[in-house]
Design a binder for this molecule. Sequence first.
Ligand code: DP6
Length: 335
Amino acid sequence: MPESKRAKAVAGTNIALVKYWGKRDTALNLPATGSLSLTLAGLGSETSVRFAHDAGGSDGRDRVLFGGEPAWPLFANRVRRFLDLVRALAKIDLPAEVATVNTVPTAAGLASSASGFAALALAASRAAGLRLSPAELSALARRGSGSAARSIVGGFAEMAAGTRKDGSDAYAHSIADENAWDVRLCVAMTAAGEKTVGSTAAMALTERTSPYYAAWLSTVPGDVAEAKAAILARDLARLGSVAERSATRMHAAALAAEPSILYWNPATLAAIATLKELRAGGTSAYFTIDAGPHVKALCVSADAAKVAAALAATPGVVRVLTVAPGPGAQIMSED
Ligand code: DP6
C-alpha cells in the first residue's frame, strides 16, 4: 500500500427507536437481538486516520487525538484495539495517527460512540487501502460499538442480530433513507456531564443479574417488525408507541439489575409528562431514552418547533436540540 495515506470520514449519531440492550457474544460484539434506529444530521463525528511509519507517538503506538488534544487512555486504547482489527484485515503493520472531533456531547447518552466508531471504521479502512462493502463496513463498525453499525446507514436503519458465529451477518441495512419521511428528533438534555454507567457495562450487568432480561429480549423481534411496518406506512403514532415501549422495557430490565441501573432524573420524568400533555392536546410526539437521562422526542417536522418549545419550558431541561434525519457515514477527503 502507498505510504502515508490519509482518509477523513464523517458520520452522524443515531438514536434507536427499538433498542439494542444485550449481547450474544462479547468478543465479536454481537447483539442478542436486532434493533432499529434513525441516523441524525449534524450531530456526529469527523475522524481522520493516517497509517505510516512516522504516524505513531514517541512510544511507537498509535497517536490518538480527540478535539485536537491527546485522548484519555481508556478512549485511546479502545481506538487502538479497533485499529488492530483494521490492520489485521488489511495485513499491514503500521502505526496510525487518528484525530476525532465530535459534534455530540461525549458520553452524555447521545451516543457519541455510534458516530465515532462509524467514522473511524470508514476512515481507517480506507486509509489502510481497504474497500469494504456497506455490510462489511457496518459489521466492522459493530466491533467498536454495537450502535455504530447503524450509523454507517442513513435515515432509518435496521440492525440484524445475525445467527452466524463469526458475526458476518450482524450488520445494519436501510429501511428508508434520510429523505423518506420528514420527521424530527427534539433532544431534551436534562443534565450536563457524563453518564453514570456506560452502556457496555450496564448491558453486561443487566444480562447477568436482571430477572427481566429474558423477558426484555423476547419483546424485541416483534417490536422491530412493528416499527418497520410503521415506518413503511409513515405511521407516526404506531412508530411512536413502539419506540416508547421499547425504551421503557429496556430501562425496566436495567432497573431490575443488581445493583439497579437508573439513568433517569426528575427532569426525565417531567419531559415525558410534557410529551403526554402535548399528545392530549393533539400534538403527536413520542419519547425514547438511552443510557442517560436525556429525552428524545420523535415528531413530524411541522410540529418540531412546538415540541421543542414545550420541552425547553419543562423544569430541569437545560437545552433542546432539534435534529433532522441524516445520511450514513461518508468519506470527506482522501490523500
Ligand atoms: C441504550 O452501542 O454503546 O444506546 O456495543 O457495548 O458499545 P456497545 O454498546 P452501545 O449501546 C447502545 C445502547 C443504547 C441503545 C441503542 O443504541 O440501541
